[in-house]
Design a protein around this ligand. Structure first.
Ligand code: GLA
Length: 461
């Protein structure tokens, strides 16, 4: 009996201690992999977030490290934009047709149709060479249920030959489809077809459209057409959707390539007190999008007819009740690595270790519950395979980190999921490959070398 009581007491104590001491990430940290409730990488690219009954639902492309073939649209939920629960692959590969095997399915965007109560998802579908663009749609009566693919979204019986798309719902409930090159299509009341064209070909060369409305003014963001490469995204503004639209300029300081991202969505967070907008972008990493592409989510600054992201927030937290945000001090302890050893050729600089030799490895032992890696990104940087093993040598994490940036930038490159408190060995291996892509006309974008530059390791206890 005493044994049972003692056992119960100890397990209660252990439960209590784990509640107290497990660090819960409470900051949005851009540009690193995010881990879901299962410890899997959050895989929802070119995403959108829909708030439904006080919960944020994230939808996006499920990518692999193989190629660009459509594998489905994932859905996650969260109440703080930081901790994500995997809900469902809400739309998978169809047996045939526009989203059948060997097709592309991108930029899924979801809206709840006020007149039918139905959730409607729109997406760009294409062939693998991006020569057969269509707009498809799918419907569901639950936000995170299994969506039914309905095929082509039509305008007067004809199909819409467009690729990059987004949606916008105005305050009166009217839904709009936006596409590259600056087109605005008004949707029918049931959102299942287009009923008119409001704006046509206004922004030649503009991709990745995103729209938001604040205090009666519309803002329309675009990226340049540079394949998976980042560029300086810009925006237009108007007081009526039909225009006139005024070109306003860049969203972020020139040369920062939209803080290394491409626009995907703007999430309004509305409280009784205020409204704030979260810019959601993709830091693509072709061809290893499944493990190495990340998200860049930043608070948008809005003032006097202008929007911007003047400074990069490396970690910030949303206060949903007041629709405000605050910058968060990092709780990662740096300089904690012991028994660091290397294999292969590494150059020692005043900042850290740098190598481009495929197979070169750097390992460090770290104690804690979360393991962190810091590095420098440069125009000639490539991929690193990062492996974390526990004290018994069992692999607990294996992923790929992309070090590429068009400009030199230093920072956090990886923060592991929360692991049992212990001693871990992290190994960073130079893969000898890098992120790069080509436009349809054959223009090369991305890196051209395989440098991996490590500056520090860190941990959260
Ligand atoms: C652009 C688009 C993406 C994708 C890639 C393919 O970046 O915005 O959605 O289609 O091109 O190269």
């Amino acid at each position: 009996m005493r044994k049972i009581v003692l056992g119960l007491f100890l397990s209660l104590l252990a439960g209590l201690m784990s509640c107290v001491s497990v660090p819960k990430n409470d900051a949005v940290i851009s540009g690193i992999a995010w881990w879901d409730n299962n410890g899997e990488e959050v895989n929802a690219h070119a995403s959108c977030v829909v708030e439904d009954n006080g919960v944020f639902y994230l939808f996006g492309e499920a990518h692999t490290d193989d190629n660009n073939e459509y594998t489905g649209i994932n859905c996650y939920s969260s109440t703080d934009l930081v901790n994500w629960t995997f809900e469902n692959k809400v739309l998978g590969v169809q047996p045939d047709g526009l989203l059948g095997p060997g097709r592309v399915g991108e930029r899924a965007k979801v809206m709840k149709c006020p007149s039918t109560g139905e959730y409607v998802m729109f997406m760009h579908t294409d062939d693998m060479k991006y020569m057969d663009p269509h707009v498809g749609y799918a419907v569901c009566d639950r936000i995170d249920g299994d969506y039914k693919f309905m095929g082509e979204l039509k305008y007067k019986d004809s199909y819409i030959r467009r690729w990059d798309l987004s949606v916008f719902q105005d305050q009166d409930g009217t839904g709009y489809l936006l596409t590259h090159e600056g087109n605005i299509y008004r949707l029918a009341e049931d959102y299942r077809s287009v009923d008119s064209i409001l704006v046509e070909e206004l922004v030649p060369g503009g991709e990745a459209p995103v729209m938001l409305k604040d205090k009666g003014r519309y803002y329309w963001i675009f990226s340049e057409k540079t394949s998976w490469e980042r560029n300086n995204n810009y925006y237009l503004s108007a007081t009526s959707l039909a225009g006139p639209w005024e070109r306003k300029g860049l969203l972020c300081p020139e040369g920062k390539t939209t803080w290394n991202s491409q626009s995907a969505f703007a999430l309004p967070v509305v409280s009784g007190v205020d409204t704030m907008y979260v810019y959601m972008g993709d830091r693509w990493s072709y061809p290893k999008q499944g493990s190495a592409a990340t998200y860049v989510w930043q608070p948008l600054t809005i003032g006097d007819g202008e929007i911007s992201i003047p400074e990069y927030q490396s970690a910030w937290r949303l206060d949903k009740e007041s629709a405000t945000w605050e910058a968060v001090e990092s709780n990662i302890k740096r300089g904690v690595a012991s028994s660091v050893f290397s294999v292969g050729e590494w150059e020692l600089t005043d900042k850290g270790f740098r190598s481009k030799e495929a197979g070169a490895r750097l390992s460090a032992t770290i104690k804690g519950r979360q393991v962190a890696l810091y590095g420098i990104s440069e125009p000639h940087s490539g991929y690193a395979k990062v492996t974390i093993r526990d004290n018994k040598g069992v692999e607990v994490l294996s992923t790929v980190v992309d070090f590429y940036s068009q400009y030199r930038t230093e920072g956090l490159k990886l923060l592991s999921p929360v692991l049992p408190k212990g001693k871990y060995q992290i190994t960073v291996e130079v893969l000898g490959t890098w992120a790069e892509s080509y436009t349809k006309s054959g223009k090369h974008f991305g890196s051209d070398d395989s440098y991996v530059y490590i500056t520090d390791f860190g941990s959260i206890k």
